[in-house]
Design a protein around this ligand. Structure first.
Ligand code: FUL
Length: 476
């Protein structure tokens, strides 16, 4: 029998959380889903991916830098924030740091009065995007790299970025570490112990102290983990939980990061970073190798659609703007995604469930359809096999399914199967493991008046907050 929407407060106590659960800052981060990376530095002008560290600041000569064009491009693509490479491995600083001469202060751009970090962070604020920073731990320019003096320098710079550019949503700590470099003229190989050299606990404490709402990203968390590849593809499943015991930035197993640990001790969800072009920095030779909108859509389904966030890199060109090919691609991608999600076909469905927690309508399956993220369908604690059925007044045609768990109660659902009613028989159309923040499922085009979701083998009963259904009319 269909259950009424949950307008009444619950009479029955909610399920206890299962395993680790997200912090408030992690929950806010999950909501972002899609945001951008901006890779920009001397490499843009030397045509390299990793500067050696001996580049002179005079090469940094954007001819028409336009933070608004960059941020507007991101916003039009549906990005909710931008993370800027304030300093990449070459050590050149995009802001006039007090602690080095190797910065925009000594570049011809804006007669040495420019500050890329300021302009991008201000433009983000103007256009309603969140702002985040990338500060490369590895510095191939600094003479003290590899010795204790450098880590003091690194934290001083971090402090500048944490205190002078407004609220940050994410601080990105790269795992790439050590190797050949200029190192103040030494031109040698320097290696460090990735686990101990940077004194990560101390460094992260600084972020907690100065930007308590910012999520800390590294290979191993503590808030967000790397997904283990740079191709934008999350594991299937990609659990939000991890046992980070043996992991450190620059010392983590990509396979483990890609899938997480089902019964991990910490909530450390994955982020998929990938570039819109082959390189992270702009190279004119790659102007005709910008991804297609269809390819971006596939990546979206393989990242956001597996519960992770998608961090897509847009490299500004030598003008200091996003190249038109990238702008067009991002726009086309957005148009395509919006068209898919425009109509949620469940809007006039009725939902019924095999079991509802304490028979309390506050936990009823209508919660899956009301678009209130705090409302969820839940069962009694001992239910390990449960079903929800959607009934439509007329047959609907769809090929895309959208499921979301209620994350404050942990990642609970193990396996799921979806069936359609074909002339009175339940026919399976999709099965899988793990739902989490979001599970987008592409199916063959189906037409039915009844649809069923079954969840089995969970360690506890489910807490599911959304079931959406779309028709992608341009599906390949
Ligand atoms: C890597 C770096 O080495 C690349 O240059 C890029 O910044 C990527 C996002 O992270 O570790």
């Amino acid at each position: 029998m269909p259950h009424a929407p949950s307008s009444q407060p619950p009479q029955v106590v909610p399920p206890s959380p299962f395993g680790p659960t997200p912090s408030v800052r992690q929950l806010a981060w999950h909501e972002l889903e899609f945001y951008g990376f901006i890779h920009f530095t001397v490499n843009t002008f030397t045509d390299r991916e990793w500067g050696y560290g001996d580049e002179t600041p005079s090469v940094f000569t954007p001819t028409d830098f336009d933070a608004h064009q960059i941020v507007e491009t991101a916003a039009a693509g549906g990005m909710k924030g931008l993370i800027l490479t304030c300093k990449h491995h070459d050590g050149f600083c995009l802001w006039p740091s007090r602690y080095t001469e190797h910065s925009v202060r000594n570049a011809p751009w804006r007669q040495g009065n420019g500050d890329v970090v300021r302009e991008i962070s201000d433009a983000c604020a103007t256009h309603g995007l969140r702002f985040g920073v990338y500060l490369s731990p590895w510095d191939r320019h600094h003479p003290e790299y590899g010795r204790p003096a450098y880590t003091t320098y690194y934290r001083n710079q971090l402090r500048e970025l944490l205190t002078e550019y407004g609220p940050l949503f994410e601080v990105w700590f790269d795992g790439a570490n050590g190797g050949d470099g200029y190192y103040g003229g030494a031109r040698e190989h320097r290696s460090i112990d990735a686990r101990t050299y940077y004194e990560w606990e101390r460094t992260w404490d600084l972020v907690r102290e100065l930007q308590p709402d910012a999520c800390i990203f590294s290979d191993a968390g503590p808030d967000i983990r790397w997904v283990g590849n740079e191709s934008g593809v999350a594991g299937d499943p990609c659990w939000h939980t991890l046992r980070p015991d043996d992991l450190a930035p620059g010392a983590a197993d990509p396979g483990i990061l890609n899938s997480g640990h089902r019964f991990g001790s910490h909530w450390i969800p994955a982020e998929c970073d990938v570039s819109i072009r082959p390189g992270w920095f702009y190279h004119s030779a790659e102007d005709d190798q910008v991804r297609s909108a269809e390819n971006l859509l596939d990546l979206y389904f393989q990242s956001v659609g597996r519960g992770t966030n998608l961090l897509l890199n847009l490299p500004p060109d030598r003008r200091g703007r996003i190249h038109d090919n990238d702008v067009q691609c991002l726009r086309a991608f957005r148009k395509r995604l919006d068209a898919i999600q425009r109509v949620d076909l469940t809007h006039n469905a009725q939902a019924s469930a095999s079991q509802v927690r304490g028979n309390d309508p506050a936990y009823g399956p209508a919660n899956l359809l009301d678009d209130v993220p705090e409302h969820y369908w839940a069962t009694d604690d001992d239910i390990r096999d449960a079903e929800v059925t959607l009934m439509f007044p007329e047959a609907v045609t769809f090929n895309t399914i959208d499921l979301r768990e209620y994350l404050p109660l942990g990642q609970r659902i193990e396996r799921y199967a979806i069936y359609i009613d074909q002339h009175g028989h339940w026919q399976p159309i999709a099965t899988g493991t793990g739902i989490g923040r979001r599970r987008l499922i592409r199916t063959a085009q189906c037409t039915t008046e009844r649809l069923r979701l079954r969840v089995v083998d969970g360690p506890v009963g489910p807490a599911l907050s959304k079931w959406g259904l779309y028709l992608d009319t341009e599906a390949p």
